[in-house]
Design a protein around this ligand. Structure first.
Ligand SMILES: N=C(N)NCCCC[C@H](N)C(=O)O
Ligand SMILES: O=C(O)CCC(=O)C(=O)O
Ligand SMILES: [Fe+2]
Length: 330
């Protein structure tokens, strides 16, 4: 499903407009897509083409650098899991993935990282493993400026889509704001998937990224054009291809939305297989709850599901740290 959200975006922050027909149309489609497919595309999303393309271009340029240069911003536990990870260093279901990536950039002096910034001690011992300084590459030179602009705009776009999802679930439009995801612990991952023949025998696995669900609320994927590699599992367990559609983002549901919605929406199981003859890049923006958000089924969702909570309460930061600590090898 490819949702045209142009008019919707203009109205979704305006309380007077909640009953607007065009807006409600998009809300209905969001509900259907989240229930049936677990993913959807958005078009006319208002993010400039030049920026959408620009972040992929600098990502490609970075991965093209000599290995030694990329290692200058290597991801380690000491860097708060922010920085560059080599092919085979990301683990999904116990198996190395055939991709390289930059995780978590954020601004501090002249370096970068892609998680929302976290000051030492901000979330006590829970946050400690994700505190870290920034690892922006020096090259390409426009890298940091582009990424910051992109993060700023994607955050707001995600917030607006979450308002529609709140309505789709039958809640108030601001259900995910304030102490829920008003200070989202967003993550951005810049990912490169080499072609199979460029990967050494010992690093070979079947997937560029193994089957997984994302951890938070909503993921917006900016896919490489022309390469068909992302796959999503449907309710019948079949893998459905999610090909790139020009000028769109692919959106999928994370684990915390599953819990808040009490399972009305499932988190989307997906994987990446690059069988093409080209190096694939993608830029995934993860819109997540507040780091210290306590997540449990919304009352208005429970009412639609026989009043019984299907999931226990979790603190988002705990869920994330558990995932991250099992995600990487060095
Ligand atoms: N922040 C997100 N969603 N990152 C997804 C990374 C790929 C899956 C991860 N190795 C895992 O096993 O979960
Ligand atoms: O590369 C993609 O299209 C998706 C990447 C992904 O699923 C992830 O990093 O969580
Ligand atoms: Fe994912």
């Amino acid at each position: 499903m490819n949702l045209d959200i142009n008019g919707y975006l203009e109205k979704i922050d305006d309380p007077v407009m909640v009953d607007d027909k065009e807006l409600q149309d998009v809300v209905r489609q969001l509900d259907k897509a989240c229930k049936e497919a677990g993913f959807f595309y958005v078009k006319n999303h208002g993010i400039p083409d030049s920026l959408v393309k620009g972040v992929k271009d600098v990502t490609r340029t970075f991965f093209n650098l000599p290995y030694e240069d990329k290692l200058k911003i290597k991801l380690t536990a000491q860097s708060g899991y922010r920085g560059y990870q080599r092919v085979g260093e990301n683990i999904t279901k116990g198996k190395p993935d055939m991709h390289e990536a930059i995780d978590s950039l954020k601004c501090d002096k002249n370096m970068a990282q892609c998680y929302r910034e976290m000051k030492p001690g901000e979330y006590g011992s829970l946050g400690q493993s994700l505190e870290g300084s920034n690892l922006w590459p020096c090259y390409p030179p426009n890298f940091k400026v582009l990424m910051e602009e992109y993060i700023y705009l994607l955050r707001d776009l995600s917030r607006k889509i979450m308002r529609g999802i709140a309505l789709a679930l039958g809640g108030p439009p601001d259900a995910f704001e304030r102490e829920k995801a008003g200070d989202p612990f967003w993550v951005m991952r810049l990912i490169g998937y080499p072609i199979s023949s460029d990967i050494s025998e010992i690093q070979h696995t079947d997937t560029g990224c193994g089957a997984h669900t994302d951890y938070g609320l909503l993921t917006l994927v900016n896919q490489d054009v022309e390469i068909n590699a992302l796959q999503v599992q449907n309710k019948n367990g079949e893998w459905i291809s999610a090909p790139p559609i020009p000028d769109t983002f692919v959106c999928n549901i994370g684990d915390m939305l599953k819990i808040w919605s009490n399972g009305l929406y499932e988190s989307t199981l997906h994987r990446v297989i690059n069988n093409s003859s080209k190096y694939r890049v993608s830029v995934a923006f993860f819109y997540e709850p507040n780091f210290d958000a306590s997540v449990e089924p919304f009352e208005f969702c429970k009412q639609k599901t026989r009043g019984i909570a299907k999931f226990d309460k979790v603190v988002y930061g705990e869920h994330l740290v558990n995932k991250v600590l099992n995600n990487f090898v060095y």
